[in-house]
Design a protein around this ligand. Structure first.
Ligand SMILES: [Zn+2]
Length: 185
């Protein structure tokens, strides 16, 4: 009886064993590919890849998505999904290689340069003076000067000449401090 059962198991294994091993192998490969793709996406742009939008900058108003900050120019409390900074020469640089998406100007934001980078990143430089050094369609490199910070943006004019820097990933504002070493300058 035992021998017969053992024989039956052997037959079953012969019939389905290879199939089971193939299934497990396919699962492991699929999981590996999925994790690999995710890993590649996460590490393709790292903090080390970013340059600074200003040299020796002082942060005057930080990014905060969880608390209101007083906008003295407009006299209202609002969330500030950007980092405001100033420096001695107020020169503003692209934080990564990219392509200038647009150069626009309005009284609220001053001159605004938007640059598209790889991996879904977009950087936006507001409160620039009219002396912008790039135009839409230009290719820029990390560290290339694109303009000069000014006090032209009336929505933050009380803050004086400064850069209002926004970093977006896949269309959503992210905290620039995650990628850029802006503090303790
Ligand atoms: Zn700001």
């Amino acid at each position: 009886m035992e021998i017969k059962q053992e024989g039956k198991f052997k037959t079953l294994f012969k019939r389905y064993g290879i199939l089971c091993i193939a299934c497990v192998f396919a699962l492991v490969v699929a999981l590996g590919v999925a994790l690999g793709v995710q890993g590649a996406r996460q590490v393709s742009v790292t903090p080390a890849d970013f340059g600074l939008p200003m040299q020796n900058a002082t942060v005057v108003k930080d990014y905060a998505d969880d608390r209101l900050q007083l906008n003295e120019s407009l006299n209202r409390w609002e969330i500030h999904l950007a980092v405001d900074m100033t420096s001695d020469d107020n020169a503003v640089f692209s934080v990564l290689d990219g392509v200038v998406d647009s150069v626009e100007s309005n009284s609220l934001d001053g001159c605004v340069v938007t640059i598209t980078h790889g991996d879904g990143f977009t950087s936006i430089y507001s409160s620039l003076g009219e002396d912008v050094l790039v135009k839409a369609g230009d290719r820029v490199t990390k560290g290339q000067q694109i303009g000069t910070a000014s006090a032209d943006a009336t929505n933050e004019s009380v803050d004086g000449a400064h850069l209002h820097f926004v970093l977006m990933q896949n269309g959503v504002e992210v905290d620039p401090n995650i990628y850029l070493d802006l503090q303790n300058k």
